[in-house]
Design a protein around this ligand. Structure first.
Ligand SMILES: [Zn+2]
Length: 635
């Protein structure tokens, strides 16, 4: 298989222009199965210290052995395996310690010499889960945890992850319940054994466990079942409102109607509702990891995250069943190449927004307000001038610590997600226009993603396959159409899709509900489309200053503190009143700001008043946007 993959990769390189040559990664692996089954036992009972204890027993042959700790975790799009949280490594054979040494060129590789007479080695180590979010992802709390197996194992180098077998076992805190796509092999007390499986499937099958747990059947009676497994900070958070549960059931139905056959044998949403557990969205073939607001199921949460489960669920088709060839690797210690993330993530984000609206997780107005913010933010994205959408696919590698950015809208971030929505909306409305309303992205998705089997094989694709899928639905110059948008620099966002959808982006003094939702959640006030800044509610600290905005031209920068507005102590309301007053009297705003120990007065020359983005119907045009967002009946 590896040879075929190598050939497939080489053939991809041949179609790249000469200036775009990319080094072929070292992907050579054995075509044989790794001999024997690796026993993996994780003890996750040390809740107060947030420590996972790992014991692993690997069948071996005497001689040199290289072990890897997973580095490139699928869906992370960057080398994020938390090697810094890996500690206490001790290896032994027949009860005797075996020394190991780290590879000087690869911090994720460990070398050892297996002594004669040793046929299996015992490995012990800990995964030290962060006790606070400044150390990394908080994955274990007093009430719930995630068990991501990629953090909890070493594996022998030189083999395909589909050819290394593991038998996992997990000990949980007393009385905790769990959800997972793993198949049970029996439990003794709080120790749970799972059916042996290939490393690739183990890494793709995390466990979410908690003191408070509830499992909802999202498609009662289905041959291919879909369940929602919820762990939460408190038991009352599990009491889902009937209409919220109904929307999740509608999500399952509406996804069937977009993508066709379910590409899994069963599916388990894993959902953590907590304000301590770090937010997460991570796709898997038969499950997904979702971490969001505690009040998500009880109707007491911001709505901005309501695209999360639709996003991760869509990935079972787009990303897991079908995956860009350059993101398919035989194991976790060879680089992935992100070139096609504008399809893998961008189109998934488009479907997440569409499915959230079709399922009722967004109201039509919320879906439009979310799109208005999306359109406005990319229309104001100064960094488009130097960094096109295509280059943002590398953001996770450029900034794999996810450090705060000083100039976020100049540096750009993970824009291939949300700008991807605009691009695929552009494609959708173009298809509707060219076909006289007969065809749309629904037809493209059905042609491209339908037919996944339960065998969990992945079918890879290249850019040319995406263009061919579009071409089969509607003849057009799709390579030219898409590259103009992916590789272009603006000015402004790709808003043709919006106009073709029958709507235009406008600004008014009326707050946008999606912006208000985020403001309240993040405790900020958002003046992005007027002064070009966001201010933290606590202490008036500048959270963001947009490049080349009125605030930027006045000399403001992130982390300065706004002390006073026109000579009076700062409050957001006073700043709003001053912005409105400047519109009438034409005088510049005067802010007293503090940077470290230094105070200064800055004047902002801005007279356009408060501005928030909205969508407005273009009269006399077909409303293709609402056609796209309306639920689909059965075919
Ligand atoms: Zn995603």
């Amino acid at each position: 298989m590896s040879r075929y993959l190598l050939l497939a990769l080489l053939s991809l390189f041949l179609i790249l222009p000469a200036h775009a040559q990319i080094a072929v990664p070292d992907i050579q692996v054995s075509e044989n199965d790794y001999p024997g089954t690796i026993q993996l036992s994780v003890d996750a009972t040390d809740l107060s210290r947030r420590i996972y204890q790992v014991h692993e027993r690997i069948p071996v042959q005497p001689g040199p052995l290289k072990l890897w700790y997973p580095q490139w975790i699928p869906g992370n799009h960057a080398p994020t395996g938390p090697i810094n949280q890996f500690a206490g490594l001790r290896i032994s054979g027949n009860g005797q310690r075996i020394e190991w040494r780290r590879d000087p060129l690869d911090m994720y590789a460990f070398h050892l010499d297996v002594p004669t007479g040793v046929s299996e080695i015992d490995i012990e180590f800990q995964s030290l889960s962060p006790t606070a979010s400044d150390q990394g992802r908080v994955a274990m709390t007093d009430a719930l945890m995630s068990v991501q197996w990629s953090r909890l194992l070493l594996y022998p180098a030189g083999y395909d992850a589909r050819r290394i077998r593991f038998q996992p076992q997990l000990r949980l805190p007393e009385g905790w319940k769990f959800g997972s796509a793993l198949q049970s092999a029996g439990s003794e007390g709080d120790t749970h054994r799972f059916q042996p499986l290939a490393l690739v499937d183990l890494v793709d099958s995390p466990v979410y466990a908690g003191r408070y747990f509830k499992r909802f059947d999202l498609d009662p009676g289905a041959k291919i079942p879909v369940h929602l497994n919820v762990v939460a900070d408190a038991p009352e958070l599990l009491q889902a409102k009937p209409e919220i549960l109904a929307a999740h059931r509608a999500l399952v139905t509406q996804a069937d109607r977009v993508f066709g056959a379910r590409p899994f044998a069963h599916y388990d949403f894993l959902l953590a509702l907590s304000d301590q557990f770090s937010d997460i969205g991570l796709e898997h073939r038969q499950s997904s990891e979702n971490g969001t607001f505690p009040g998500y199921l009880t109707g007491d949460a911001p709505f901005n995250d309501n695209y999360l489960l639709p996003h991760e669920y869509s990935h079972s088709w787009n990303g897991k069943f079908r995956r860009p060839a350059m993101l398919w690797t035989p194991h976790y210690n060879t680089p992935m190449q992100n070139d096609l993330l504008w399809v893998y993530e961008g189109q998934t984000e488009f479907w997440a927004w569409v499915l959230a609206a079709r399922a009722g997780l967004y109201t039509p107005e919320q879906a439009r307000e979310v799109l208005a913010v999306n359109a406005a933010s990319f229309d104001h994205m100064a960094g488009r001038d130097w960094r096109n959408l295509q280059d943002t696919v590398y953001q996770g590698i450029v900034d794999f610590n996810d450090a705060p950015q000083a100039w976020a809208n100049w540096q750009r971030g993970y824009d291939f997600y949300d700008e991807g929505t605009l691009v695929w909306l552009d494609v959708d409305t173009k298809l509707r226009e060219l076909s006289g309303g007969k065809r749309s992205m629904d037809d493209v998705a059905r042609g491209f993603f339908d037919g996944g089997g339960k065998d969990l094989d992945t079918r890879t694709y290249g850019e040319e396959d995406v263009f061919a899928a579009l071409q089969r639905v509607q003849a057009h110059d799709w390579p030219g159409f898409l590259h103009a948008r992916i590789d272009g620099h603006g000015p402004g966002a790709p808003l043709d899709g919006l106009a073709r959808g029958g709507w235009k982006l406008v600004y008014s003094e009326t707050p946008n509900v999606a912006i208000s939702d985020v403001e309240n959640d993040q405790d900020i006030d958002d003046f992005s489309y007027s002064l070009g800044l966001k201010i933290a509610r606590e202490a008036g600290k500048l959270d963001e200053v947009s490049w080349n905005s009125p605030a930027y031209r006045a000399g403001l920068a992130k982390d300065m503190q706004v002390v006073a507005v026109d000579g009076t102590a700062y409050t957001a309301e006073r700043l709003k009143r001053a912005i409105t007053a400047a519109k009438a009297d034409g005088k510049p705003l005067e802010l007293l700001v503090r940077q470290g120990e230094k105070f200064s007065t800055v004047q902002i020359d801005y007279r356009d008043g408060l501005r928030y983005p909205h969508l407005e119907r273009i009269g006399g045009t077909p409303d293709r946007l609402m056609q796209l967002l309306s639920p689909k009946g059965s075919r």
